[in-house]
Design a protein. Structure first.
Ligand SMILES: [Zn+2]
Length: 333
């Protein structure tokens, strides 16, 4: 029996460092020859200027817009990066534009690292595909309880368009609360068939042309201008409303777009008129199904509030799993 054990060390905020192979995932390490970045969300993006980030072209472009000043090595989906210690391939993760799962093949077995991922994929991404098998799967489990089962995105898109159209017809300005990167552009993509003018908060606006350059239709939009925003469809992060966004518009209706919107216990904390459970992560049942289909020797769960629940469901499916316990750097000899 073979054991595909690899030394995995915490690196930075969320990053993983593999000293045996000289690469890190979603975090900078000074000794790393290769730093793979799964996507351009802040909690996965290295900040160090000495870092050479290996990622898809879309991820690198989004990282630059968000302040990354290090070096870049583009790796296209499906292209193989061959080194003396491993081979690496990126697979589209369906989470946000450019998002990738990292597949590493070593003499001691293969590793699939998901980053954040979604299947079925968000329509504002390059889609989703995965290798047939990996010996070790390292997966996030953000929505790690069986209360999280998403509606099809086609249905959520219809809800989004109806909310916007009905609000406008009633003389209200619709406001969608959505993250600046990923969710905002997905909402815009789903709104595009309406043909109405959209105004997006500046922090999200500066990322939109990267989406369009990669073939994602975002419809008729421009940057938010306070004096002209009444009667337009508005998109902003949830923090913006408290900072005066559209505060000059008296009649507005607010829709909160997030996977967390499906959780009843959080509803009372929100003051939105409508909650749209549009997530850019896969739901609990897709997570379990994905792990089962990949059939790894072991699943290591990370980025999760409830590892025990996921492990319990995986055990019922005959999949061996554990919570990723990271070794500390200072224990290294
Ligand atoms: Zn993310």
């Amino acid at each position: 029996m073979t054991h595909h054990d690899h030394k995995i060390v915490k690196s930075g905020y969320h990053g993983l460092w593999f000293p045996e192979y000289g690469f890190s995932l979603d975090g900078y390490h000074p000794k790393a020859d290769f730093t793979f970045v799964s996507h351009a969300h802040a909690d996965h993006m290295p900040r160090n200027r000495n870092c050479t980030a290996t990622a898809t072209g879309a991820t690198l472009a989004l990282m630059r817009r968000r302040g990354f000043r290090g070096h870049e090595r583009e790796l296209r989906f499906g292209e193989i990066l061959e080194t003396d210690r491993f081979m690496a391939t990126l697979y589209p993760a369906g989470h946000i534009l450019g998002s990738a799962m990292v597949f590493i093949e070593t003499d001691n077995g293969s590793i699939l690292y998901t980053g954040d991922y979604k299947t079925p994929p968000s329509p504002a991404t390059e889609g989703f595909s995965a290798p047939n098998h990996a010996d070790l799967l390292i997966t996030e489990a953000t929505f790690s309880l069986p209360i999280y089962r998403w509606k099809p995105v086609e249905q959520l898109g219809e809800e989004i368009r109806q909310f916007a159209a009905n609000s406008l017809a009633d003389g209200y300005t619709p406001v969608f609360l959505a993250y600046n990167l990923g969710k905002a552009q997905e909402v815009m993509h789903l709104l595009a068939p309406l043909g109405k003018e959209v105004m997006i908060h500046g922090a999200g606006f500066k990322l939109c042309d990267v989406y369009e350059e990669h073939g994602i239709e975002l419809g008729n939009y421009r940057a938010y201008v306070r004096e002209e925003c009444e009667g337009k469809i508005l998109i902003a992060p949830s923090s913006a409303l408290g900072n005066g966004f559209a505060s000059n518009v008296r009649k507005k209706r607010v829709a909160y777009c997030s996977g967390w919107a499906s959780n009843e216990s959080r509803r009372s904390q929100l003051t939105a008129d409508k909650l749209i459970p549009l997530s850019d992560h896969l739901d609990f049942f897709e997570l379990i199904r994905f792990c089962k289909e990949l059939n790894p020797e072991k699943v290591l769960i990370t980025h999760t509030p409830n590892p025990d629940v996921v492990m319990h469901y995986l055990e019922k499916e005959g999949v061996r799993s554990g919570h990723l316990e990271l070794e500390h750097e200072d224990e290294e000899s």
